[in-house]
Every structure is written in C-alpha cells, then in structure tokens.
Design a protein around this ligand. Structure first.
Ligand SMILES: C[S@@+](CC[C@H](N)C(=O)[O-])C[C@H]1O[C@@H](n2cnc3c(N)ncnc32)[C@H](O)[C@@H]1O
Length: 154
C-alpha cells in the first residue's frame, strides 16, 4: 500500500514545514508516502474558490485510490482506532490510501461524496496548515501502534 496526502496550497510557515518533514520522514520507515499540493485559489467568492480547489484535488486523486477526507464534521476516532483503520487497509490490499485536507473554505458536497471515510481530528476548526502536521503525526503514531513500538501510551 502507498499513502498519499493531498492538500491545498503551499506550506507557508517554516515551523509547519519542519513538522511535515519530521513526520513524513518517520512514516516513510513503514510505507511509501507521497504528498501532493493542489493550487490554492485566490481572490474569489468562497463558493467558487472551494469548487476550483476541489476540482484540482479531484484531478490529482489516484485512480482506484481510497479517499479519506479530513473534516471537523467527520468521525472522531481514537488513535488505536485510526491505527486499526490504516492496518486494515494495508492488510486488505488497498493500493493507495489517500488523505485529503481542504483549503481555507473546505470541501464541496461533490468532493465529499467521493470519500470512503471522513475523519475529524477535533470538533474545533483547525488551520488547514496545522492539520498537515497533526494528520502526519497520527499516521506515524498509527504505525507505532500497529508495530507495538513504545510511542503511544494509553
Ligand atoms: C479552515 S478548515 C475549513 C473550514 C471550512 N469552513 C469547512 O467548513 O470545512 C480547512 C481544512 O482543514 C481541515 N480541518 C480543519 N479542522 C479540522 C478538524 N478539526 N478535523 C479534521 N480536519 C480539519 C479540513 O480538511 C478543512 O477542509
């Protein structure tokens, strides 16, 4: 299985970039990971910006990939439940497990309808930049749980 993480726009802050680099490097010890950026739309009305960004995300979705959206309205999982979700996909032969993080205006209903699962990291709205690091850390944590490594403590 390969992991892909898609998001909208460049990473602006060096400290977010450092977190992305750190956890991407750790995840790659377990599985191949590819990160792809869709171009951010600027200066329009929110609905149009959301639509354009989701069209760009849709274009870079790998064919046959299983799409998981990150959204504050999604399912709340514990870290072991999230680990189990990744492990099941790996063991059942999912070719590409694809996580998508929206832009500042989130996802369209059309893009939401493509998702196999929608996951919330919190009921609160987080910045689309910081979610990158939180998601990657949870993926890394998931692999340490699946491998019985001493990183996650109940
Ligand atoms: C600023 S939020 C978008 C908020 C937008 N108003 C909405 O309703 O989706 C940008 C992106 O960050 C991610 N995000 C923000 N908070 C999140 C949370 N609590 N859990 C999971 N993803 C979150 C989502 O992918 C979201 O599309």
């Amino acid at each position: 299985m390969k992991l892909k993480v898609l998001w909208v726009g460049k990473t602006q802050e060096p400290w977010v970039r450092a977190g992305i680099d750190e956890y991407s490097g750790r995840i790659k010890r377990y599985l191949p990971l590819e990160i792809q950026e869709a171009r951010e739309e600027k200066g329009g009305v929110p609905q149009v910006m959301r639509e354009r960004e989701c069209e760009r995300l849709a274009k870079i979705l790998p064919k046959g990939g299983r799409l998981v959206l990150l959204d504050e309205r999604g399912d709340a999982l514990t870290s072991p439940e999230f680990a189990n979700f990744i492990g099941k996909n790996r063991d059942q032969g999912t070719s590409d497990l694809v996580f998508a993080i929206g832009g500042a205006y989130g996802f369209t209903d059309e893009f939401r309808s493509r998702a196999h699962k929608t996951i919330s990291l919190s009921k609160m709205t987080l910045t689309h930049q910081m979610v990158r690091v939180f998601l990657l850390e949870q993926i890394y944590r998931g692999f340490t749980i699946l491998n019985g490594e001493p990183y996650h403590h109940e």
